[in-house]
Design a protein around this ligand. Structure first.
Ligand SMILES: NC(=O)c1ccc[n+]([C@@H]2O[C@H](COP(=O)([O-])OP(=O)(O)OC[C@H]3O[C@@H](n4cnc5c(N)ncnc54)[C@H](O)[C@@H]3O)[C@@H](O)[C@H]2O)c1
Length: 129
């Protein structure tokens, strides 16, 4: 069941994701962050520790059913933010534009009842719709 006011920010320990997380808290939203901390830093969120739910996991390979449970909106920013680097360093990783990224998408009853999904990034992303 959807929890009113609950947002999920993927890549929330990243440069843009951390700013977005704090902005959402300022307007009264509750925020769950998913980040594998591959390029992100938990200290970007230290000012809001205790106000957010931080889940350290790899979107590309984790079971996302718990992570997406109850969320109303998803802001999808998790990425290796350089396409050349993502391809060069992790050629088979689902973070790349490789269609394997679709493997980790929630399906059927796992899918959240989203009001909104925002995938704003224009680089490599994990788990895209
Ligand atoms: N920073 C900019 O100026 C800018 C401009 C335009 C577009 N973008 C795009 O916005 C997106 C975010 O950019 P950013 O600058 O915040 O990058 P960033 O590297 O700071 O943030 C990306 C976050 O995603 C996390 N992440 C990566 N793979 C993950 C995975 N498999 N599972 C969970 N978390 C994972 C990283 O740890 C990191 O915290 C990128 O797609 C980037 O191309 C950024």
């Amino acid at each position: 069941m959807t929890e009113p006011g609950l947002d999920l920010v993927t890549g929330g320990a990243g440069f843009i994701g951390a700013h977005l997380t704090k902005a959402l808290l300022r307007i009264g939203r509750r925020v769950r962050v998913i980040d594998d901390l591959s390029t992100g830093r938990a200290d970007r969120l230290s000012a809001v520790n205790g106000q957010i739910e931080l889940m350290r996991l790899d979107l590309a390979s984790a079971d996302l059913s718990v992570a997406v449970a109850g969320v109303e909106r998803i802001f999808h920013l998790a990425a290796i933010p350089s396409v050349p680097r993502s391809v060069a360093t992790r050629p088979n990783h689902p973070n790349t534009k490789d269609s394997r990224s679709r493997r980790s998408r929630p399906t059927g009853s796992q899918r959240p009842r989203l009001r909104r999904m925002c995938a704003s990034s224009r680089s490599s992303t994990a788990w895209t719709r």
